[in-house]
Design a protein. Structure first.
Length: 287
């Protein structure tokens, strides 16, 4: 058990380093050379480097230190130590890259925002998936939410990030920065979501039918997916209804609808997105 836990910790830190490299490359290859200011502490550090020439990597660490200190009591020492290690690594990697000289590969701000967003998304996704954090506005949002318990933590983080983006537009005298930042943030969020959830997305299906025995038997016989029966009652007709619950992959949706249509034309089918599905036929539960 100890070896397994140690192996998990090692894997977490390996992917933390990978995440830091991706995030640092987004700053050095795309964002800082093109004066694109995103949200968060890295956005503040970007503004400082662009306006003063002082290293962004150093300020990623310096700005995070008081935030981590404020979050110590709330989050506990283990979380804060992990954040400190991640922040220090990100800071170091960001400055280490400068030893290779100017590695900017485009002067197109739109491309810089898009590809910077991809790399940042990969970095953030690694942090989230492997239970690491660099603190920043995400931790600061938790702190401000505790002080001012209005709206959600996510809203507090969004306000903090928006403040940095707007500050970048004002300081750099470039209102277009807000537009580029929106592209950066949107792509980063989408990519990080893919990294965290993988391609393990599916459709959660509710099939409301009078012929639930026939439909469920057919689905079990012709599909690798499990089916669960929920007992229901039609509130208008006051008759018992079978509610079949199942999960299918995207390429199986049309087939499922065709099967249900053949078995019960009056069936009522509800499909909704399932971002993460674990179990037989999908991802193992222990992953």
């Amino acid at each position: 058990m100890k070896n397994k836990e140690l192996g998990k910790i090692i894997i977490n830190y390996i992917f933390m380093i990978i995440g830091c490299v991706c995030y640092a490359l987004s700053l050095r290859m795309f964002l800082i050379p093109n004066s694109v200011v995103g949200g968060g502490v890295s956005g503040v550090a970007t503004i400082i480097e662009i306006t003063s020439g002082l290293p962004a990597g150093l300020f990623i660490l310096l700005i995070n230190l008081p935030i981590l200190a404020m979050g110590f009591k709330m989050m506990g020492w283990r979380f804060i130590v992990n954040c400190l290690i991640t922040t220090a690594t990100l800071s170091g990697v960001t400055e280490l890259i400068t030893l290779f000289g100017n590695i900017s590969i485009t002067d197109n701000k739109l491309l810089a925002s898009a590809y910077g967003g991809i790399l940042q998304g990969l970095g953030i996704g690694c942090f989230i998936r492997f239970n690491m954090s660099s603190g920043g506005t995400e931790l600061l949002g938790r702190i401000t939410h505790k002080i001012i318990p209005v709206f959600s933590i996510a809203t507090h983080v969004a306000i903090l990030d928006a403040t940095v983006v707007i500050a970048g537009a004002i300081v750099l005298l470039n209102p277009e920065n807000v537009l580029y930042a929106l592209i950066l943030i949107f792509i980063s969020a989408k990519v990080s979501d893919i990294v965290v959830s993988g391609l393990n997305k599916a459709k959660l299906c509710y099939i409301i039918t009078d012929k639930y025995e026939e439909v469920s038997s057919f689905l079990i016989a012709h599909s690798p997916r499990g089916v669960t029966l929920l007992n229901g009652e039609g509130m208008y007709s006051k008759t018992p209804k079978g509610v079949l619950l199942t999960c299918v992959k995207f390429n199986q949706i049309s087939t499922l609808k065709d099967w249900v249509k053949q078995l019960d034309k009056n069936a009522f089918v509800i499909m909704t997105n399932a971002n993460e599905v674990y179990g037989k036929g999908f991802t193992d539960l222990d992953k």
